[in-house]
Design a protein around this ligand. Structure first.
Ligand SMILES: [Fe+2]
Ligand SMILES: [Fe+2]
Length: 199
């Protein structure tokens, strides 16, 4: 079960299909960023025992996904390189608390929501993209992202209890649903409805 409040806008797959290079390069960056975020939590919270082995394993898995996306780009003649990230993650974490212990709980729940949104979109791509190889790629990845979503929710529940974690997740999920629906000028894994030409 994914704890998301709103659905992705209906044009997302069509937008992605018309800008596959941007989608695949941005997706590669997202996998690398997912690994980096898990490592950042390990460096920030070496004393929280429950995080250590699960987040290390998660980071490893995200780096495998990164390598898979690099190989996918290369096999399609797409050059991987710097890309302006979407505003999504930065906007999402604006709702996170900055004082402990809420800071860690919210960081885990924001990660849970990013994993959930990625999984929801991969499901759409897995069924809607015209390219059969990419449909297979996305159906292969989405189960891991669903598992990562559940892991982050469980880690937060381990810190503050299931009820408190769920209540906070509801609040953050409402914010996430607003952020993901904000219009974007560039197609990204987490862009909103595309408007106008890129600035
Ligand atoms: Fe991943
Ligand atoms: Fe993930």
């Amino acid at each position: 079960v994914l704890y998301l409040r709103g659905d992705t806008h209906s044009d997302f797959v069509a937008e992605a299909a018309s800008q596959l290079d941007e989608l695949l390069i941005d997706h590669a960056h997202c996998e690398k960023k997912a690994a980096s975020t898990a490592l950042t939590l390990l460096f920030r919270y070496p004393d929280v025992a429950a995080l250590q082995a699960p987040l290390s394993a998660l980071a490893r898995e995200e780096l495998e996904h990164f390598e898979l996306m690099l190989a996918t780009c290369e096999s399609r003649g797409i050059t991987f390189g710097r890309l302006t990230p979407s505003a999504y993650a930065g906007r999402l974490v604006q709702a996170a608390r900055t004082e402990e212990p809420g800071r860690l709980v919210d960081a885990l729940l924001c990660c849970a929501l990013i994993e959930a949104r990625s999984c929801e979109r991969m499901k759409l791509l897995a069924s809607g993209l015209p390219d059969a190889d990419l449909r297979a790629l996305y159906s292969g990845l989405l189960a891991s992202e669903a598992r990562h979503h559940a892991l982050y929710v469980d880690l937060a529940a381990g810190l503050v209890g299931r009820d408190q974690a769920r209540a906070r997740l509801d609040t953050l999920a409402a914010h996430e649903a607003e952020v993901i629906a904000e219009p974007s000028t560039r197609l990204r894994m987490h862009s909103g409805p595309l408007v106008g030409p890129p600035a």
